[in-house]
Every structure is written in C-alpha cells, then in structure tokens.
Design a protein around this ligand. Structure first.
Ligand code: ADP
Ligand code: ZN
Ligand code: ZN
Length: 735
C-alpha cells in the first residue's frame, strides 16, 4: 500500500460547514506549512484565500488539487485568537471558514500582501553629530538641525516639506540614517486637550479603578454608572494602568460612539498612539491597524464591533463601552455579538474585562446579581452636574403642532431665552410615517413588503413629495391623487423628524434648528460638523437615536421626547428593555455640565407602567421588574434561544425547510421547546416571504446539543436549496 499523501486541511469562506483538502503548493511538505497561515487555492473556477487549520492523510479516491501559494511566511491567525474563533464557529454553528473570513480585515481576506506597519524616521548618525556644529548655513544644515531628536517621516512632511532630496544628500555624506520608529502609523498626533485637565477621581470612581487594578486574570466587571458619572475617566485610568504594566488594551465602542471627540480624549490622556478601527477607514488602513496589533505595535485599539477580532498577543485589559448597545450584534452573515465574544476572549486571554453602561443589558445585570460579574456602581454624576429632572407630560386631548404640545413649546422657548440648547428626540426619520387618503381611507404601502393581512406603510419624505420604505429601501414619488378614489385629499399622518424640524423652524426663526438623522447626517464627521456649526449658541437639535449618545453637549438644558407611544406596545420580548435604555440615554444628554437639565416625556399613556417605573424608580427598578417578567415567560436570560429564519419568493419552501428543521430538532431532543414554524413578525420584505422557527431551551448546553445534531444535515438537505436561510444564536430580537 502506498504511504498516505499528506494534505493541508483548509478553511474556506463558503457556506459548506467543512474543511477542504489541498496538496501544499510547489511540492512543499505539508507539515512545512503552519496552522493559521493564509493559503491561496483553486476552488471551482475561482481562486480563493483560506486558512490552513490542519494536516492529515488524504481521503481515498478524492481528486486532490494543489494549493497555489502561501502569501505569508508565518501564520496570520494563531494562539488565543485562532482558538477563540474556532470556538465561535462552533457556538454559532457557522462554517469556520466564514467565521475566519469575517474576522480578517477585508484586504487580508482577499489575499493582499501584509501592509507595512512600521513608521520610518531619520536621525543624525554619529558622524553627523560630530560634523553638525561645523556645518555651513544652508538647506542641509537647516534639515540636520531639525534632527535634534529622531523625527518620523510624517513629522518631516509637516515640518519641512520637500525634505526628501536634501535628506538623501545628507545620507550620501553619511551624516544621517533612516531608522524604524517604535510607533506604528495610522496614529494621529497627540492632541493636547485642555478640557481634559486631570480630575481627581471621586470616591466611587476610585473604588472602580481600584477594583479593576486589583483584578487578576479573567474577571468580568460591570461598570454600572449613570450618564455623566465619569465612566470614561475610569476606563482611561484602567487603560493607563494596563499600559504601565506593558500590556495592550482593546476598547469597543458603539458605532455612533466613536467620534473624533472621543478619540481625541483618549489620545490626549493616554500619551501613546491610539489606533482607531472603524468603518470609515480604508481597507488598507484597517489591515495595517489589525497587523500592528498582531505585532504588538498598537498598544491601545479603540474600535467598533469588528474590532473585537484584533489579535492581542500582549493583552492586559478589554473594555466594552455602552455594553447594552444594539450595534454590537451583527445582523447578517456571521451573527456574532461583539460584547459576548469579547467576554469569551477575555476568559481565554486571562485578563479583566470592563463592561460599562448607564443602562446595562438585562443579561449583564442578571450576571452581576448572581455574582458572575463584579458590580461596580457610579450612582452620581461627576463634578457638579446634577441629574436631569424628568417629567411625564400628558398630551391627551391637547392640541399638537407637528406632534409637540403647548407645554413642550413653552419649555423650548424658555430654554432658548435662557441661552440654552434643546434636543427634540423623535425616533422616526422622514416627514411622516403614513400617507392617508382622507376621503376613502387608502394609504400608501410598500408593494415589496406588504401582505394582504399585514400592510407595511411607506414613509413620506421630502415634505410630502416622495415615499420611501424603511425596510427595503423602495422609493417612489408620492401620488398627486388617491389611486383608489382620485381624491386630492391625501394627507401625511403623524410626524417624523423632517416635519418636526419644519415646524420648529417656522416657530423659532431666531435660532438655528438642525436635524440629525441618517437622512441628514450620513457620516460620522458630518454629525460633528453639524454640532460645530451650532457651537455654544442657543439652538434646537431635532434627531433620532443618532443623538442619544456619543457627543458631549454641555449647553443642552432641555430634552423633549415625542412619539414614544408606539414603542410601549411592541410585541417583541426585548422592546421594553430597548425603549427604557433609549429614554434613559436620551434623558442623560441633558444638563451634563454646570447647567441643570430638564426632560419632558410627551405621551398619550402617562400611566403606562414602563414610564411610571422609569421616572419614579429609575432604570434599575425597571430592570428588576422586567427580569421577573422574563423569568415568568421563559425568555433570556432565563432561557437560551436560537432563531432559524428562512425566506423565498413563495411561502411554501421556507415552510417545508423549517418543518424539516423542527422535526430534526424534536428528534434530537424531545424536550426542546419550539415555537413555529410561523410567519415572521414582518412576514414579507423586499418581495420575500419570511418564516421563522424559535428554538428555546432552559440550558445552553441543551440548545447547542440539539443544534449540533441538526445543522450539518440541514446544509445538505434538499429543502435548503430552495430558500435563503440563517441561524441566529442568541438573537437580540425575534424579527
Ligand atoms: P460617562 O461616560 O459616565 O457618561 P464621562 O466620563 O463622559 O461620563 O464624564 C462626564 C463628564 O464629567 C465629563 O465632562 C468628564 O470630563 C467629567 N468628569 C469625569 N470625572 C470627573 C471628576 N472626578 N471630577 C470632575 N469632573 C469629572
Ligand atoms: Zn382615496
Ligand atoms: Zn419595502
């Protein structure tokens, strides 16, 4: 018998949940290729980039193809990160190749060569030091004079434009030399921040800082501090401690939280380069930062969701700011939760992890209550800031102008007259949520997202000229006349941010009225530019949850919240939690500096328990009640869920697919709890019929054992070929 051929087992970014065997490239020995190395291979008619995950004998009777190339001399993924990612693939029941591809920066996933991460600079050589005092005046001497310390090329670009040719002649004379600087690129200059004069931490902050400092090994700490309590100060001190011990720190922030303001604060305070990692960077920049972390050059990485995948060979601390934030969950592809994966990594790395929030997720509060997390509380605002005064304003039977009652309008006037700024919060962009025919009752629905039983209204935009579906993006001009009865009495119903903006502009012509939502302010820098335009002057901001966090608005004295009532009656098990978090976060924007803040909650349901509990008991009272309800109803964190979704143009194939899945699960574990298959709460989107199956188990292990038994066969099933399907482990909502 011939000796077995040794092959590489390669993870490829395909939905097939298995590894693929290849011969090593160019007649190499298989074991000369390390686990974690990128490898370029032929796959079907394409070349793709995968990651080597093992070696072994070839299976018999399989036609082996040869790998094309190894882009790197050494493994790109290794150690803790590789192990954690393999764990993640198992946990999500997702193909490991897709998980690895999700974790790698796009440029590296495509097989591009490793970017340069070092920064080069120049200094005088020994001969240069000796010769310098005697040099004649002129360009070369002026440049040599700048090198009284080693200077990076970036620095030279700023200080001495056109320096390169002069430098070359100095080098040819042996007077200067090019050196690798210690700091990696993509680091902004250290911006001195006067606003960030060092505070003396207050007692609560100090206790939190001490607890983090004393944490040894893996310790999860919930930093549960009211808005404005100085959580960021605690992070900064803890990170400084971590740096002083010679370790790396990773800070995750929500999508909207990574503002230039926030980064400048980190840079100013830490005195080392802070590497930002977010969607606003080029692929090349992202890859360079990722690699700088892998090489230990990046000491502090601050990034959004996908930054949870940076390698941290010298990890000392992980921080997840606003840990309750919805943007940590990825909603398509590999549906990971960055906070949860950060905890998994902290455990594997053996380092503390700080989860910070003014409105912690119910899961996190539950973990703190049960002693799994240390619970650090900051109950007071830092400095002299007072908590905002929150009032429920009953608008039943009151006249409303674009959704605003008299009391709110009077309060806005008063706040402006006192020189303050006002935030009007409405979580609905566009002009109006519905276009209605006043004569016959027709209303505009999205043709791609509606079913006969469940119409999806189109939102009115552009002052009534355009209709847009917020679920699938479908747009069309608003009709001039009713398509059913030809009446000209079409009326926009309800209020979005656009309409409120128009109303406020008409009423408060003496101050700027700025609208902040995804329509007006696409990019993160645009938001900053808007706020800069307002400056310190009195004015009004109208906005969606983009405004709920991230920016310090010291002049803000009044927050008016309108149109929350629909959120009070949503069916999803997490909607109460999300609404409570949003309200507390928005309210927390008011009065963060010396000026006291006031918050008005306008509602038609002033007696609603959620509002009453929040206003009179606070977030923690709400959370306690809500956790009791979850326990009674068997929802997380008292049960573990997975959501299997399937969609197709017609409803039959998804139903058959989900029925097969349900049967498979019931067979694997008769005690597993199944809800469905049923139409999804939004039963049609963009022309696809959507169905779902909710899988629930009291114990995590039980859920995963059943999914383990089911999922591999599901990929191969004939029903799967007729649908688009996905599995969401720990779904954040059931939509
Ligand atoms: P959080 O992140 O908890 O909302 P921040 O860290 O942004 O709060 O702090 C709120 C404000 O209080 C900031 O302007 C910050 O500079 C200030 N601050 C923080 N700690 C102190 C302190 N110990 N004394 C005075 N001011 C402080
Ligand atoms: Zn009509
Ligand atoms: Zn639609």
């Amino acid at each position: 018998m011939p000796a077995p051929v040794h092959v590489l087992r390669v993870a490829l970014p395909t939905p097939l949940p298995r590894l693929f065997d290849y011969l090593p490239p160019g007649g190499m020995a298989a074991d000369a290729v390390a686990v974690g190395q990128r490898v370029q291979v032929p796959f079907g008619k394409r070349d793709v980039v995968g990651v080597v995950l093992g070696h072994g004998p070839a299976a018999e009777g399989v036609d082996l193809r040869e790998a094309l190339a190894l882009p790197d001399p050494a493994p790109l993924l290794q150690g803790e990160l590789l192990a954690s990612l393999r764990w993640l693939a198992g946990y999500l029941h997702a193909p490991v190749g897709e998980v690895l591809a999700t974790a790698l920066p796009a440029a590296l996933r495509r097989g591009e060569p490793l970017p340069e991460t070092a920064t080069f600079g120049w200094r005088r050589s020994e001969a240069g030091e000796t010769a310098f005092p005697a040099m004649r005046a002129g360009k070369p001497r002026a440049l040599a004079a700048l090198l009284d310390a080693p200077r990076s090329e970036d620095w030279l670009d700023d200080a001495a434009p056109g320096w390169r040719s002069t430098m070359r002649s100095l080098r040819d004379r042996g007077l200067v030399e090019r050196i690798e600087m210690e700091l990696a690129p993509a680091t902004g200059p250290r911006t001195p921040g006067d606003a960030d004069a060092l505070f003396r931490p207050n007692d609560e902050q100090q206790a939190a800082i001490d607890a983090i400092r004393d944490a040894r090994g893996f310790v999860p700490l919930l930093l549960d501090g009211v808005t404005g309590s100085g959580k960021t100060e605690v992070y900064l001190q803890a990170i400084a401690d971590c740096l002083a011990r010679g370790k790396q720190a990773l800070v995750l922030v929500p999508e909207i939280g990574l503002t230039p303001q926030a980064l400048a604060r980190f840079r100013a305070r830490l005195g080392v380069p802070v590497h930002a990692l977010h969607s606003g960077l080029t692929d090349h920049e992202r890859a360079a930062t990722w690699l700088a972390a892998a090489r230990g050059q990046a000491r502090v990485v601050v990034g959004t969701r996908s930054a949870v995948f940076v390698p941290l060979p010298e990890a000392g601390l992980l921080v997840v700011d606003e840990e309750h934030d919805g943007s940590y969950k990825q909603f398509d592809g590999i549906r990971y939760h960055a906070r949860d994966f950060a905890i998994v990594r902290a455990r594997a790395l053996g380092v503390p992890i700080v989860l910070g929030s003014a409105t912690p997720a119910l899961e996190s509060l539950h973990n703190a209550a049960s002693g799994r997390y240390a619970h650090l509380r900051l109950r007071h605002r830092a400095g002299n800031a007072k908590p905002p005064r929150v009032r429920i304003v009953d608008v039943r039977k009151r006249p409303l102008q674009a959704g605003l009652g008299d009391e709110a309008l009077r309060a806005i006037r008063a706040a402006i007259d006192a020189g303050g700024q006002v935030l009007v919060f409405r979580n609905r962009r566009g002009y109006a949520p519905v276009l209605l025919c006043h004569d016959c009752g027709w209303s505009a629905h999205c043709p791609r997202c509606s079913t006969p039983d469940k119409p999806t209204p189109m939102t009115v935009h552009a002052h009534g000229r355009r209709l847009q579906c917020h679920h699938c993006g479908h747009r069309r001009p608003a009709p001039q006349a009713c398509p059913d009865c030809a009446s000209l009495g079409l009326q926009p119903q309800g209020n979005g941010t656009e309409r409120i903006e128009a109303e406020l502009q008409a009423r408060f012509g003496d101050v700027p009225v700025l609208r902040i939502d995804r329509g007006s302010t696409g990019q993160r820098d645009a938001l900053q530019a808007h706020l800069d335009r307002l400056g310190d002057a009195p004015g009004i901001l109208v906005g969606t949850q983009m405004l709920a966090k991230g920016h310090d608005l010291p002049r803000l004295t009044l927050v008016v919240v309108v149109g929350i009532d629909e959120g009070l009656f949503s069916a999803d098990f997490r909607s109460g939690e999300k609404l409570a978090q949003l309200l507390v976060q928005v309210a927390g924007r008011a009065g963060r500096a010396e000026r006291p803040g006031e918050v008005l909650l306008q509602t038609h349901h002033p007696e609603h328990p959620l509002l009453q509990t929040l206003v009179h008991g606070g977030y923690h009272a709400f959370a306690e009640g809500e956790l009791a309800l979850r326990e009674a109803a068997g929802f997380p964190p008292f049960a573990h869920l997975a959501l299997l979704r399937a969609e197709a143009k017609h409803a039959d194939p998804p139903m058959q697919f989900l029925q097969r899945a349900a049967a498979g699960l019931a067979e694997a574990d008769p005690d597993i709890v199944l809800h469905g298959p049923l139409p999804a709460p939004m039963p049609r989107r963009a022309g696809y019929q959507r169905l779902q199956l909710v899988v629930s188990a009291a114990a995590r292990r039980q859920l995963h054992a059943a999914l383990d038994a089911l999922v591999p066969g599901l990929h191969a099933s004939p029903e799967a070929r007729k649908v688009r399907w996905s599995l969401d482990v720990d779904p954040v909502d059931l939509y």
